[in-house]
Design a protein around this ligand. Structure first.
Ligand SMILES: Nc1ncnc2c1ncn2[C@@H]1O[C@H](COP(=O)(O)OP(=O)(O)OP(=O)(O)O)[C@@H](O)[C@H]1O
Ligand SMILES: [Mg+2]
Length: 232
């Protein structure tokens, strides 16, 4: 296992938020290596630092101390411009609230990351359609987010996250707004894609039930890793 290729390296990451005179230590001193192809669940109760950790991993925020490397690239030192280009190339995101653009249809939303890569419309929509078929949305290609159920919107969200075949996909409570049946369907889709292309998934959740889909469960309490369990 240790000989596997690291996808994400977190080195001595500390994150302190300053609020007036007060300091909030959201992450104390995090060290973590996540390997290529791992489906890693970041588990913890509300306020334990899960989203903060994800934000440092994805380069959304800069750590107060320490560094984060993805595929050997130091995201915690990149400029906004470098980060934007890097994310486009390597990273996919799945959000709890789906974050589809309301003025775009399912197929347009799914194809958007390919548009940023400069791919022409016909080609990118053909690829997007293929993905939407795989997530069971072939009958909703031209629906707008407001015309779809939550579960359908999240299927489109997954299609969008995987459309560029990113090496790493970050998901913060991706099934937080869905029922247990839909959650199972959605999680099988995410893990199915990831296994097929050996993609690395970082899944943030407070739901212990999600651990069944993970290869590894990293547990946070008050900004510290207190558990790191491998299942395969
Ligand atoms: N921008 C911020 N400014 C100040 N404090 C913050 C900020 N973001 C997070 N915190 C604090 O950092 C700690 C960790 O927050 P975080 O959002 O990472 O928790 P979480 O584990 O994702 O919780 P939840 O399950 O509720 O989403 C909390 O105490 C929170 O109040
Ligand atoms: Mg959170």
């Amino acid at each position: 296992m240790e000989r596997r290729e690291p996808a994400i390296q977190v080195k001595n990451v500390r994150k302190v938020y300053r609020m007036g005179d007060e300091e909030v230590v959201a992450l104390n001193r995090i060290n973590l290596t996540i390997y290529k192809g791992e489906i890693c669940c970041i588990f913890g109760t509300s306020g334990s630092g899960k989203s903060t950790l994800l934000n440092q991993l994805a380069g959304m925020e800069k750590p107060t101390r320490g560094e984060v490397l993805i595929q050997g690239h130091c995201v915690s030192r990149m400029s906004e411009e470098e980060l934007a280009a890097f994310r486009q190339k390597y990273i996919g995101f799945i959000f709890q609230s789906y974050n589809l653009l309301p003025s775009m249809t399912a197929i347009e939303n799914t194809a958007m990351p390919l548009m940023f890569r400069g791919m022409e419309k016909d080609k990118r929509e053909k690829i997007a359609e293929g993905l939407l078929r795989k997530v069971g949305l072939s009958h909703r290609l031209h629906h707008y987010p407001g015309q779809m159920s939550g579960g359908q919107q999240q299927r489109a969200g997954i299609a969008r996250a995987f459309v560029t075949r990113p090496q790493v996909v970050f998901a913060d409570e991706p099934t937080g707004n869905l029922d247990s049946r839909t959650t199972a369907d959605i999680m099988k889709m995410i893990t199915g894609f990831a296994r097929k292309y050996e993609q690395t998934i970082i899944l943030v959740t407070h739901d212990p039930g999600m651990s069944r889909y993970a290869d590894r469960i990293v547990t946070l309490v008050d900004g510290n890793i207190i558990g790191d369990e491998r299942k395969r």
